[in-house]
Design a binder for this molecule. Sequence first.
Ligand code: ARG
Length: 475
Amino acid sequence: MPSDALTPDAASSASDSPSTWSGRFAEPMSERMQRFNASVDFDRRLAACDIAGSRAHARMLAAQRVISSEDLAAIERGLDEIEGAIERGEFDWQRALEDVHFNIERRLTERVGDAGKRLHTARSRNDQVATDLRLWLRGAIDAIDGAIVALRRALLDLALQHVDTIMPGFTHMQVAQPVTFAHHLMAYDAMLARDGERMRDCRRRVNRLPLGSAALAGTSFPIDREAVAHELGFDALAPNSLDAVSDRDFAIEFEAAAALVMVHLSRFAEELVLWSNPRFGFVTLADRFCTGSSIMPQKKNPDVPELVRGKSGRVIGHLVSLLVLMKAQPLAYNKDNQEDKEPLFDTVDTLADCLAIMTDLVRSGIGVNAERMRDAAREGHATATDLADYLVRKGVPFRDAHEAVARAVREAEARNVDLAALPLDVLRQFSSHVERDVFDVLTLEGSVASRSHAGGTAPTTVRAAIAAARRDIGS
Ligand code: ARG
């Protein structure tokens, strides 16, 4: 079946639909044009914010004696009714009325007459939509920030159980040095802590009031923007009317912060995919987060991390969409900006979903196979750096120590054993400074415990890092 857009245009059938423009226009829109132009199918999500903005605007107009108190009472009553109808799913959204703003305004006028027609005094849809979007995004940021904290809490709880669990740390995806599993998890906590910080920082610039800018140049009415800002909880006024109705940098900033969250989640997801592969066998993902194959009966696939990894692509794409949407737009408002909403909404939905499912997974879906992790850390000569550091403490210059250990590793490779398994007399062939106490540093526990400075992998340090992170999120 062809999509709606590919069916023949019904040029005349729109003539009896409600016209928004009337007087100035001599002919009705075709159905194709209506469909193309309308945003109500998606921007109705802004309805609650649109109504909040209208209430604040109307109250300010009445306080400034631009409208009467009777008009204000009628507007408030009408908006209350409309809000109720929308919440109950009884509002009749009409595409012919283009967007959320016209739909609500038209209904208000139907309910309360001339008072409804006065609401738009000293206002334009341009400052109205910018205000709605900022209000909506502010709420979304707060929800995302909370979801980030929930994931951090789950990570911290898991980390606390694995302060003494040792796994190989990797660089270049090759075994590098032993680390504690808790330390590895806490790396993601550090990323998410910055993500939360970025969200809150971005919120400050989102939370500025465009209303009062009207179409682009401001208004000739004696408005009180401070009062509107105060009522709607904005921290400040947007300082320039042309800028306030046109720029969407606040949304782009949010998109960038969101893309970074997704990049971080995708890295964790990728590790879960690798770790759950039997060749690693570091973790087992609970069945309820996995699926099987329609043809291969033995398969258990890590769908949750794979989907999170995949969904990072669309969020990164939305960032690019908004950047390109804004690029080279002349001042002030252009209809291009109607295209800002779908990417923004989808980003918030995707982010909220991914954070929630990852929280569930971390909270109860990751079985940790500590033995496998430990075995893997024993392969690959993970304590070679510790041996070099040992020689340095015995007075050997670091470069010479590095070379001596490199030759010892080669010998271990030839014998097909780990460096830590070479007997004392063999180790002594590479440096006369090696003594019996060398085996203290060649153990995995000795290696991790020795890295006890701030930011290191030692159990004592990681325990303190977990406590500090808990204080940071207030639990
Ligand atoms: N639906 C429009 C948008 O999302 C509202 C603003 C329209 N303004 C205008 N001058 N046509 O941007």
